[in-house]
Design a protein around this ligand. Structure first.
Ligand code: SF4
Length: 448
């Protein structure tokens, strides 16, 4: 991703914005629709509690910088969140206009409008404390949780160093979000603003147990924002063939121009939001037929309903109750994916499949395919987490104090996907902010 700080024009043409930016007049018109509700439900619905009516009012008053600063005060990744947040189920989903059967305020696009103007002007983030203060924190990982933690601490004058094993910061924001939602160049532009605070980044840093011991010695606290590990394997014959590429690898490769040729027929296995992102990308890359296979029914998918609806509208086909059992290959290509389709007879959405599986109709089928994209979730970084001595981990998730993010080892705090198992960018930002607030309080008291 060598030139990731610059937009790729060909990629941009294939992946136009899902929610195009407002022009100035449209933003003003939309901002003036807002009722500026007292106890605004949109603010309550935002995990970072952005003061939505306040930032919208500032747009209506023509104060875009003030609007952006209101957003950034609550959410340091306000620019990327304006693009990737599932606003339909968060702020916009709670807008009072729904009660009047009217279109909710387009909060995400208004947020983007303010943030784009701020970043375009090269504006700097405010530092709440001009003087540097004693207190050093190491953040492991440079994804949204660590970035939010680091920025907030740095704004308070504390020293923060991010250790990242990859060559670029941003985690999934840079490497794993569908291009029609967030470009790598936009993710990196936002992070430059955080770097401008004086946050130190160290790339290519794998954290071994020996290095962890050194970090424990050299820093007052360690924040774990390591996310999740590799994607789960299917565990079926043929999945190591080169024409089988997991969804995160596929998204990263097409974002760098390395996987532009997807063939005519693409099969995605899994029905979460990442699976849908991969399927919709395959259509934009020229596939004629894109199918999603899911081992259970429509009622059980983890993807948001609006993502599913949009994928259907774009032509993605769904095969429910269908489980791959082998990938048959022929030289450099896939021939077919062999599947078993077993739909429960008389199944209803409320039935408990595990408690009462009931009879099924079962058939075997072979689906022709040029590219197979498994997307069945990521595994936790168990080995690494276990090397963090005294940090409690249950079912692959770091155990924390919900009020502070502190782990069972008081030297360590944690947030983001390694705690919640994989949620939204905005949840990771909220976690990082929570820990930064707690850490600043502890550091202040320690050095008073
Ligand atoms: Fe504006 Fe809707 Fe939020 Fe009310 S709920 S403040 S109308 S965006």
């Amino acid at each position: 991703m060598a030139a990731a700080d610059k937009p790729d024009l060909e990629l941009a043409a294939r992946f136009p914005d899902l929610h195009p930016p407002f022009d100035h007049q449209s933003a003003l018109t939309e901002a003036n629709r807002c009722l500026y509700c007292f106890d605004a439900p949109c603010t309550a619905a935002c995990p970072t509690h952005i003061d939505v009516p306040r930032f919208i009012k500032k747009i209506a008053q023509g104060n875009l910088r003030g609007s952006a600063l209101t957003i950034l005060d609550a959410n340091i990744l306000g620019a990327s969140c304006s693009r990737v947040c599932p606003v339909d189920v968060l702020c916009e989903g709670s807008c009072v206009y729904h009660h009047f059967n009217k279109q909710p305020i387009e909060i995400g696009r208004l947020q983007r409008h303010a943030m784009d103007a701020f970043l375009h002007d090269g504006a700097q983030l405010p530092k709440n404390s001009v003087a540097d203060r004693p207190g050093k924190v190491a953040c492991i990982g440079a994804g949204p949780a660590s970035l939010a933690c680091a920025a907030r601490l740095r704004q308070q004058g504390f020293s923060v160093t991010l250790f990242e094993r990859r060559p670029l910061p941003g985690g999934l924001n840079t490497y794993g979000v569908a291009e029609y939602k967030l470009r790598a160049s936009d993710s990196l532009r936002e992070i430059e603003m955080i770097r401008g605070l004086g946050v130190e980044f160290r790339f290519g840093e794998e954290i071994s147990p020996a290095k962890l011991v050194r970090l424990e010695r050299d820093y007052d606290f360690i924040f774990l924002g390591v996310g999740l590990g590799a994607m789960h394997k299917l565990g079926i014959p043929g999945e190591d063939h080169p024409a089988v590429m997991n969804a995160l690898e596929f998204i990263e490769r097409y974002k760098t121009g390395a996987a532009a040729n997807v063939g005519r027929r693409v099969v995605v296995i899994g029905a979460g939001n990442t699976a849908i992102d991969a399927a919709r990308a395959a259509i934009r890359l020229g596939a004629d037929n894109v199918q999603i296979l899911y081992r259970r029914g429509k009622e059980h998918i983890s993807a948001f309903t609006f993502e599913y609806d949009q994928a259907r509208e774009e032509g993605v086909e769904f095969r429910w109750w269908t489980r791959p059992v082998a990938i048959h290959t022929y030289g450099a290509t896939i021939a077919t994916i062999e599947c078993v389709s077993s739909e429960p007879v008389g199944f209803t959405a409320n039935a408990d499949l595990l408690a009462a599986p009931g009879p099924t109709t079962s058939q075997s089928l072979r689906i022709p395919c040029d590219l197979a994209i498994p997307a069945i979730g990521q595994s936790p970084l168990v080995a690494f987490l276990e090397s963090c001595r005294g940090v409690g981990v249950e079912h692959g998730r770091v155990q924390i104090d919900r009020a502070t993010g502190q782990t069972t080892n008081p030297k360590y705090f944690a947030g983001g996907d390694c705690v919640n198992g994989g949620r939204e960018v905005v949840d990771a930002v909220a976690d990082g902010k929570r820990s930064a607030v707690a850490l600043a309080r502890i550091l202040e008291a320690a050095h008073a």
